[in-house]
Design a protein around this ligand. Structure first.
Ligand SMILES: [Zn+2]
Length: 117
């Protein structure tokens, strides 16, 4: 099996995942709340996603969820482990997005939803 930068640093990834989950963010892709108690296999479960894909670590993109710029990175490993590059998503949203890079939007037009739903 080829080395996967997402899993070759399992411990650091788990730490980052726990940190991201603790923020309780809404899905970076659809903007809806994430139920962090769902099991990992559930389509609506929390999944950690990279803003700059590890396969395109040389990109510089705006992470709307954390409201910071991320990238470019020196390596796929660095992209996979950098917290500012992390985004919380639903599992199914992340799957549908695949490896397409989002078109960066103007960060000044953020819409903040209430937490009620
Ligand atoms: Zn979603």
């Amino acid at each position: 099996m080829p080395t996967n930068p997402r899993t070759s640093n399992g411990h650091a990834r788990r730490e980052n995942r726990r940190w991201l989950a603790s923020l309780g963010l809404e899905c970076a892709i659809c903007g809806k709340p994430i139920d962090y108690s769902l099991p990992a296999g559930d389509p609506y479960a929390f999944e950690m996603d990279e803003c700059v894909p590890v396969s395109k670590f040389w990109l510089r993109l705006y992470n709307e969820q954390q409201q910071c710029w991320c990238g470019p990175y020196d390596s796929a490993k660095q992209a996979a482990l950098s917290r500012e590059n992390m985004r919380a998503t639903h599992r199914h949203c992340n799957r549908e997005r695949s490896n397409n890079v989002d078109v960066p939007k103007d960060p000044s037009v953020q819409i903040f939803r209430s937490q009620e739903w």
